[in-house]
Design a protein around this ligand. Structure first.
Ligand code: URA
Length: 431
């Protein structure tokens, strides 16, 4: 078999069979296929998308080749959660402590930053010393000690996923649907939690720009979850504006802490509650949305959720108080963006806001700047008067005038109001 022939086959829009898919996964993993060749295959998939069978075959082979962790020794109901990636998406960091406070456990592999989206791993690294890599040998021991375990350990478990994720990121070819399915589902299936909740983001700040693509993802991923006998809920949510108020690593952690102190934006709260509700329904811990809401309200009010967030960070050796006790952002520059006219906010392209933040998050030496980011105080459809504060850019970069003008181009102030609808578009589940 020759790799070049497989690319030609795909360019001709012929379906790859199981053995061909196996050849690709095996030979890319052992470096017989190089990144340049693999990029050509990604390009072919961008022209002729992976078929359903190809996606399932890719998954099955990747799964066979990956190391797994058997969590069955841990007794409580265990929930895994993932997002397909968004801007300002800190739902995981809110959900896991809430579930812990309500008696559920969570073990999960999170992703690092991909394309214009932020990564949960980078956000957590805002806590000095936090340990986010655990070897396969030590995983079970740690899982027994912790109610929440969130790591980037996929690198060790699946070399194929590690390599492909990196390649998709550097080539900015992130939205081959079958590859997103593979990437997300491998992180979920190698840990056998009892239930799985996936936030499928759709809109300008997501890899899936349309509801139709998001639905296609959910239906394909659901086939895999069913095949591997996992209870699941795929929540398709709107990502046409950043989620919550803060975008950037430490800024998002501060928003999580404030959420637990009852300072919450409506959009973030709606999505978090929907996730908690699915988890509680799956584990038979609630009968209605009303009951879920009152359970969440209680553990936020009595401080239990915040305490669980602290425990999670500290159990992974992170210095929680480094942020908790001093929430000041320490950047050299603070740029206030004020409205240039009266009108209604209309965010043109949320992925560009994500790219803007990722660009100011990188220092000259290529290191991550955890302090910098954007606070966006207005949502689509909000009215702003002339000179009203819309956003603050926190940055260590010097070119403040340029950043200000770049940022202003990402938002329109229209005379016509964009009507806001619910962030939850559809839920597909099996439990
Ligand atoms: N999260 C992942 O783990 N992989 C993707 O491809 C997108 C989001």
């Amino acid at each position: 078999m020759k790799f070049a022939d497989l690319i030609t086959k795909k360019i001709k829009n012929e379906e790859l069979n199981f053995n061909e898919v196996k050849y690709i996964v095996e030979n890319y993993s052992n470096n017989q296929i190089n990144d340049k060749e693999m990029t050509k295959l990604i390009d072919a998939f961008l022209i002729n998308p992976m078929t359903e069978q190809e996606t399932i075959d890719f998954f099955d082979v990747t799964y066979q080749k990956s190391q797994k962790v058997d969590l069955r020794q841990i007794k409580n109901f265990k929930i895994d959660k993932h997002s397909t990636g968004g801007v300002g998406d800190k739902v995981t960091l809110l959900l896991l402590p809430i579930l812990d406070a309500l008696g559920l456990k969570s073990y999960k592999f999170s992703a690092g930053r991909l394309g214009f989206t932020g990564g949960t791993i980078e956000k957590l690294k805002s806590f000095p010393n936090i340990e986010l890599e655990i070897s396969a040998e030590n995983y079970m021991q740690k899982a027994k000690e912790n109610n929440i375990l969130l790591t980037s350990g996929i690198e060790e478990m699946s070399y194929f996923e590690k390599k492909l994720y990196h390649l998709r990121n550097v080539t900015q070819k992130n939205n081959v649907l079958g590859m997103v399915v593979n990437s997300v589902m491998i992180k979920k299936m190698i840990l056998n939690n009892d239930g799985l909740i996936i936030d499928v983001k759709v809109g300008s700040g997501a890899f899936f720009k349309t509801f139709k693509e998001g639905l296609q993802f959910a239906e394909l991923a659901a086939k895999i979850a069913n095949k591997y006998d996992r209870k699941f809920s795929f929540i398709i949510t709107d990502m046409n504006e950043p989620l919550g108020e803060n975008i950037g690593n430490k800024l998002e952690i501060i928003e999580v802490i404030n959420f637990f102190k009852n300072k919450q934006t409506k959009d973030l709260k709606e999505i978090v509650i929907a996730h908690v509700h699915e988890a509680l329904l799956m584990s038979k811990k609630t009968k209605s949305l009303k009951e879920t809401k009152s359970q969440v309200e209680k553990i936020i009010k009595n401080g239990k959720a915040l305490e669980k967030f602290r425990q999670f960070v500290e159990k992974q050796n992170g210095d929680f108080d480094f942020i908790y006790k001093n929430q000041e952002i320490k950047t050299k520059n603070k740029i206030e963006i004020k409205s240039w006219q009266n009108g209604y906010i209309n965010i043109i392209d949320t992925s560009k806001i994500g790219s803007f933040v990722n660009q100011i998050n990188v220092l000259n030496n290529n290191k991550i700047d955890y302090e910098s980011g954007v606070q966006l105080f207005k949502k689509n459809g909000d009215f702003v008067g002339k000179n009203e504060l819309i956003a603050i850019i926190w940055t260590n970069q010097k070119n403040t005038n340029l950043l200000e003008s770049q940022f202003k181009k990402l938002i329109n102030i229209d005379q016509k109001q964009k009507i806001q609808v619910s962030k939850i578009k559809k839920i597909i589940k099996n439990f």
